[in-house]
Design a protein around this ligand. Structure first.
Ligand code: NAD
Length: 320
């Protein structure tokens, strides 16, 4: 286990961030969250995500692009590690406001790396995305694959983030692990994501919108598997820079996903067919050999099991 004592978690109020916060509670570290609690989805949900941690952490509400705030936060926090999860997330919405995505995800990441350099922080874990593989034809996707076919501003921004991490790792000795998350789901999932929408619509007996013919495939990763990978990346110190896939290492078609949700909810979906969306890729599929080798990572929750757990959470614990 790492010996980091003062950890900054950006985006700690979000879906993945709040689970990382819960996991960090078991460690003897002072944790600060920097999150602007923006209204991409309800800030009340983000506050609720953090509710259980609030007494034990420092929450700073602000923007990772705010240079003065970043300077003050790093000067006061004297961090020894940063887990950088804050971002404008999502492929489709990045086409609606590409500048916002690019400035948050690229300039924001640069500001944090610069602050790490100025303040002697030697460790960063960066949330990248499977979307960087774009329309990669080779499956499963491995970290050694040539990346030159991203098809959304979001994917391009994450790729830039990885490259900035590489720059600072090799030139300024800030050890960086970039994690390529493959479609993450589970309790507190972002409400804009398909599983969240499908489950809620089905429970409320509303039709669901299916984009494309239902044959697109995704590698879905249960949140607990992602959190274990994030903590392993924090603990990993052997090499200056790594890019590592974190996936479920299995693929599910959209139609099979809908069937799994129907089974768990106990209702048949009424489907409204919609055309494919720009930026959506036909397939994601993670080769997790590297994560297994470096971290001992093994995804534990199958899609059927994970969907069941998620449906139970929506029925019993989700904020409205
Ligand atoms: P999320 O939107 O729930 O969490 C992101 C958090 O970052 C939010 O709480 C938001 O308020 C905060 N944030 C956004 N812009 C900010 C800014 N300028 N300053 C400070 N805080 C800001 O998203 P998530 O699904 O938890 O994703 C977490 C990270 O993982 C993101 O970097 C995302 O790109 C990446 N990722 C997620 C998935 C997935 O399937 N959920 C897949 C691949 C990569």
């Amino acid at each position: 286990m790492s010996t980091f004592q003062r950890i900054l978690v950006t985006g700690g109020a979000g879906f993945i961030g709040s689970h990382v916060m819960d996991a960090l509670r078991g460690r003897n570290a002072q944790v600060t969250v920097l999150d602007d609690l923006n209204d991409y989805y309800s800030p009340a949900i983000k506050r609720a995500n953090l509710a259980a941690c609030l007494g034990a952490i420092t929450l700073i509400e602000g923007d990772i692009r705010d240079a003065d705030l970043i300077e003050k936060t790093f000067a006061e926090g004297r961090f020894d590690a940063v887990i950088h999860l804050a971002a404008r997330a999502g492929v489709r919405p990045s086409w609606a406001d590409p500048e916002l995505y690019y400035s948050t995800n690229v300039l924001g990441t640069l500001r944090l790396l610069e602050a790490c350099r100025r303040h002697g922080v030697k460790k960063m874990v960066f949330a990248s995305s499977s979307s960087v593989y774009g329309i990669n034809k080779k499956v499963p996707f491995a970290e050694t694959d040539l990346i030159d076919r991203t098809i959304s501003p979001y994917a391009a921004s994450k790729l830039s983030g990885e490259q900035l991490c590489a720059n600072y790792a090799y030139v300024h000795d800030i050890q960086c692990v970039c994690l390529r998350f493959f479609t993450v789901y589970g309790p507190r999932q972002r409400p804009d994501l398909a599983i969240s929408k499908f489950v809620r619509h089905l429970l409320n007996d509303q039709p669901i919108e299916r984009y494309g013919n239902g044959l697109t495939q995704r590698d879905y990763t249960y949140i607990e598997d992602i959190v274990s990978g994030v903590l392993s990346a924090l603990d990993y110190t052997q090499t200056p820079f790594e890019i590592v896939n974190l996936g479920g290492s299995d693929t599910t078609t959209l139609n099979d996903l809908i069937s799994a949700i129907e089974l768990s909810v106990g209702r048949t979906a009424r489907i409204i067919e919609q055309p494919d969306q720009p930026g959506d890729v036909p397939l994601t599929y993670a080769d997790v050999t590297k994560a297994r080798t470096l971290f001992g990572y093994t995804p534990k929750t199958s899609i059927r099991e994970g969907i069941k757990k998620y449906v139970t959470w929506v029925k019993t614990g989700a904020p409205a």
